[in-house]
Design a protein around this ligand. Structure first.
Ligand SMILES: [Zn+2]
Length: 529
């Protein structure tokens, strides 16, 4: 009897030495759990990288306690459209800047790359390389339709053969097996633009088979917006995949006010049982290569082929007249709305609009002159642009829709290089500062839902995007009264402020406004069902 008692005492003593109840308790914060439900005051206990308990933990012990009084405790934000992985692994933003400070300071803990139809074809190798060279945030990938098509069928405007089609399907299947979250398309870019809807339906079928997502930069965000949204819904109908209109927007001043019709298509699709959603970055300007001003036929065969066509006087005239037409219709006939963001061949263009460049040369600011400058810049090499072409009302209309999440469409820019779109530094913070605090378009609960649970659901990402027991401890702690995007058009290289602390898998990456230097981010693999 005595012996048993002694054993029990020893066991109890041993348990007492097993350490504190939690690794971390975030105390007394306002918990907004990502589900969209109302906020509540509670402590959040983290153990072994997982949220262990939410409630009154004042009696519990912890290795570290963080006072969150007056701050919001939310799930780490998920950027469902990121360019952090653009380029091959060695060149990508996340490889070059693995601390991902522009993201961390916005509270983003997961970025989804491989967007707009462009990705590495070897998803498995990219994810493996993240284990060797980890980053501060989690990275997941889509397989890009345009990259697959370029590899299998080249960059020409041709339908794919049956043989090429089966090769492309095989590449999607392999990517899904290796952990891709789905298929991305960029149908406004070549060679993605050369695909018909049937090709996309076939390629989305292996995505649907693994419960993945088809995410599309649609064919036309201006005059043919509704047809283009309809095509994505058609891919959902034909393949049974969940589908997403990424960076949902309406371009072209003459069409402003038309966003509601596009959202209505998503509602109709939903009523039909097609799981269709969208995401959005909170700005009235877009950003992409200046070649977006050029007709697709001129880009058939790739960049060299475009330059060759420009060298032929007659073809050049035809291209020029279509660029003029594009600027007239899509860009409100205003050369000031088209701004060079980064021209690798000559940094002096960076930050200047086509109107500025014409004025610098003492030339009249006309659409024709702007087309000539655009042709000159594109011929000279790689040049990205910022395009001011959306209406603030349409941005709000799209944001308010229940099926619209928040994304950045940005990457992790090199500080002070070029004049990139401010979304790279501020998209998430801007929603919380401008659209929640200043304008009251969204409640904090709605905004956080759109940054966490909604994208997690679209991604079939089951262990992130919500603050509840058992979820991975990706956590953002921010001050709702001060959070602010600091990046501006023309002056973008400023980190967002007001995010207090960030944890990824329970490991601190930002602590009381200071970057810690830890890199606990994971290469995320899509669940195999
Ligand atoms: Zn895009």
């Amino acid at each position: 009897m005595k012996k048993t008692l002694l054993l029990w005492l020893l066991l109890l003593g041993f348990m007492g030495c097993a350490g504190p109840d939690f690794d971390l308790i975030i105390e007394g914060g306002t918990v907004i759990d990502g589900s969209g439900k109302d906020r509540f005051i509670a402590d959040v206990g983290v153990k072994n990288g997982v949220i262990a308990e939410i409630g009154d933990l004042s009696e519990k012990s912890a290795t570290e306690r963080v006072d969150a009084t007056g701050l919001v405790v939310a799930p780490g934000f998920i950027d469902i459209h990121s360019h952090a992985t653009s380029g091959s692994f060695g060149d990508s933003d996340i490889a070059q800047r693995p601390d991902a400070e522009s993201y961390v300071r916005q509270g983003v803990t997961t970025a989804m790359g491989g967007q707009d139809g462009s990705s590495t074809l070897d998803i498995g190798a990219f994810l493996d390389s993240l284990e060797v060279h980890p980053s501060a945030i989690n990275i997941g990938l889509f397989i890009g339709h345009g990259s697959i098509r370029a590899t299998v069928a080249g960059e020409d405007n041709l339908p794919v053969t049956a043989e090429q089609m089966s090769e492309m399907i095989q590449l999607v299947e392999t990517a899904m097996f290796d952990g891709a979250f789905g298929l991305s398309s960029g149908l406004e870019y070549t060679p993605g633009a050369f695909a018909d809807t049937a090709e996309l339906v076939e390629l989305a079928k292996p995505v649907a088979a693994k419960n993945g997502l088809y995410i599309s930069h649609i064919r036309d965000e201006g005059g043919r917006l509704l047809e283009s949204v309809g095509e994505v819904i058609e891919v959902g109908r034909g393949s049974d995949a969940r589908v997403q209109i990424t960076h949902h927007k309406l371009i072209g001043k003459s069409r402003w006010g038309g966003a509601a019709a596009s959202l209505a298509l998503l509602d109709e699709a939903g009523a039909e049982g097609i799981d269709a959603a969208s995401d959005q970055y909170p700005y009235t300007a877009s950003s992409t290569g200046l070649t977006i001003l050029f007709p697709n036929w001129s880009k058939d065969g790739g960049f060299e082929a475009l330059v060759q066509r420009l060298n032929d006087p007659e073809t050049r005239q035809q291209i020029r007249s279509e660029v003029i037409e594009h600027i007239n219709i899509e860009r409100g006939a205003d050369p000031a709305t088209i701004v060079a963001a980064r021209c690798d061949f000559d940094a002096s263009f960076n930050g200047k609009s086509l109107a500025d460049i014409l004025a610098d040369r003492s030339l009249p600011v006309t659409v024709e002159g702007a087309a000539d400058v655009a042709i000159e810049l594109v011929s000279a090499g790689s040049c990205s642009g910022v395009f001011h072409s959306m209406s603030p009302d349409d941005v709000e209309t799209i944001m308010l829709h229940a099926r619209t999440g928040i994304s950045s469409d940005g990457g992790i820019p090199a500080m002070n290089e070029g004049v990139p779109h401010p979304r790279n530094y501020g998209a998430f913070a801007r929603v919380l500062a401008y659209y929640v605090r200043e304008k009251g378009v969204l409640t904090l609960e709605q905004a956080i839902y759109k940054m966490t649970s909604l994208p997690a659901k679209q991604l079939n990402l089951k262990d992130r995007g919500k603050l509840s027991a058992g979820m991975v401890a990706d956590i953002t702690l921010f001050d709702p009264s001060t959070i602010q995007d600091q990046a501006k058009f023309g002056d973008p290289h400023h980190y967002a402020t007001g995010v207090h602390s960030v944890w990824v898998s329970g490991i601190s990456v930002l602590k009381s406004n200071v970057m810690v230097g830890n890199r606990p981010g994971k290469g995320l693999k899509h669940a195999k069902n």
